[in-house]
Design a protein around this ligand. Structure first.
Ligand code: SF4
Ligand code: SF4
Length: 81
């Protein structure tokens, strides 16, 4: 499933540069993840890179977006064109 950023975000910018899919954007005031670009890092990395670097632990699975590994990999490949 895609991940989302909750209200604990401190807008530190640690997550945005590590996303392989450019899915994370500066928000106002909180950062956001574009669900159509988030693959949970499937295709690129072994685990979600944004969660690894977030000092606020505010990046969590979006329960409304349950997706299989195959769906996430297909999204990753589609983003690569
Ligand atoms: Fe980007 Fe990966 Fe985080 Fe999704 S899980 S927003 S693809 S770094
Ligand atoms: Fe917000 Fe965490 Fe990203 Fe920092 S790393 S901008 S606290 S989501």
């Amino acid at each position: 499933m895609a991940l989302l950023i909750n209200d604990d975000c401190t807008a530190c910018d640690a997550c945005r540069p590590v996303c392989p899919n450019e899915a994370i954007a500066r928000g106002d005031p909180l950062y956001t993840i574009a669900p159509e670009r988030c693959t949970e890092c499937v295709g690129a990395e072994d685990e979600p890179q944004c969660q690894l670097v977030c000092p606020a632990d505010c990046i969590v699975p979006d329960p409304k977006r349950k997706e299989s590994r195959e769906q996430l990999l297909a999204r990753y490949n589609a983003l690569r064109g």
